[in-house]
Design a protein around this ligand. Sequence first.
Ligand SMILES: Nc1ncnc2c1ncn2[C@@H]1O[C@H](COP(=O)(O)OP(=O)(O)OP(=O)(O)O)[C@@H](O)[C@H]1O
Ligand SMILES: [Mg+2]
Length: 455
Amino acid sequence: MSVPMEISVQNLTDLAICEQNGAAPPPPPPPPSATTVPEDKILVPVEVCLKPSSTARADEVGSAVERMLEKRSLSYSDGPVPVPIDDMFLVDNVQRIRICETDDGVKDHGVLLFWQVKPVVHVFQLSEEGPCEESSTDGQLSSFHEWILPAKEFDGMWESLIYEPGLKQRLLRYAQSALLFTEKGVDPFLVSWNRIILLHGPPGTGKTSLCKALAQKLSIRFNSRYPQCQLVEVNAHSLFSKWFSESGKLVARLFEKIQEMVEEENNLVFVLIDEVESLAAARKAALSGSEPSDSIRVVNALLTQMDKLKSSPNVIIMTTSNITAAIDVAFVDRADIKAYIGPPTLQARYEILRSSMQELMRAGILSDTQELGKVTLPNYATAQERQVAQEPEIAELCKILLEAAETCEGFSGRSLRRLPFLTHASLADAYSCDLAKFLCTMIDTAKKEWSELPD
Ligand SMILES: Nc1ncnc2c1ncn2[C@@H]1O[C@H](COP(=O)(O)OP(=O)(O)OP(=O)(O)O)[C@@H](O)[C@H]1O
Ligand SMILES: [Mg+2]
């Protein structure tokens, strides 16, 4: 990735003035000089999702999208790019195009202009197959689920998860570096790194979702190196809670299966071990004598198998836990990146609620807001800057939404995503409710939820 460059304020101002006057934009600026901007451009990922029916070659679609982007001559910001209707090849094959992570290249709400950017196009097609389930011989215990990535089921999950700025990017960059080091053959005796991630924090903060979304993102970003990707979700809790006599066999079978996947070097395999604290609980129970001693053998077998897997370059192990204190020390030590995922900040709460409101409006559940028609609620930064002051109705909606986000302090992402549903269910006249009234009711519902939380 190149070094973020400073953006010339002069050029941005020129562009803004031209837009206001309706005049043609200025000619492209001269090539950046070494004194003002670094030579290399900023790499910006552009994700291109093919239609399920498309049989076009990814490289041909990629080149067509690159040509289209070159012609656009516009600024780059995160979000969808319309598929040009006059390009029949793209119209026939492409479902959507999305620019990602421009925030990396700009500071303080700046804009990236086309000449500063080198788009890196990733073309992919979603797998429509659902998860495969593996169960024990007696058919009672499901030990893992397996998905082919990128999966339709996880589409949009990454974008829907909202955290403080930088958290998702840090995880993505970490995983990208780990895969790059492996690909370039860096000697692990000289520079050591693992491919184990641990996300820990209170319940409902999106840890499991974030792992799945990260696996999906990486499967898209690395699809030219690894054309096949799989996600294996292991529920540690179901492995260790009961049937210890079965657990040994389950672990062995699970890792045999993973090993098979990993042997194919074009496969990128993500292993998600959810609720990993149950490992520690099983070991502790075994040591105290309250569980059969083979439970400890199972935990140890799992750790040994994980160590073995570590030497395979094409595996990333992702783990989650609700209680960090209870996780096996031997385990925590193995994780390279340990990220605390806490309850959403005010900004994240605002954005979560805002996206839920937009979705209810899109689905027609919340209809027009009196005379406003379809409303686009401003994002947090805009709402904070009061740039919406010229439209009093929107400014008022922002104020109530902010108040709702403030009221929800301490709520998990899960509770926040549920709140609009509870609000709707509590309304007697839900069909004739406008957005302002809905938001006010949501504040009351949040207060009620808060008062009913256990101490
Ligand atoms: N920060 C967030 N932004 C948006 N949605 C979120 C956020 N945190 C949680 N959610 C939503 O809450 C739901 C639950 O998330 P998930 O199951 O991944 O949480 P978890 O941390 O794994 O919970 P647990 O600890 O109980 O296993 C998901 O549907 C997710 O969309
Ligand atoms: Mg979870």
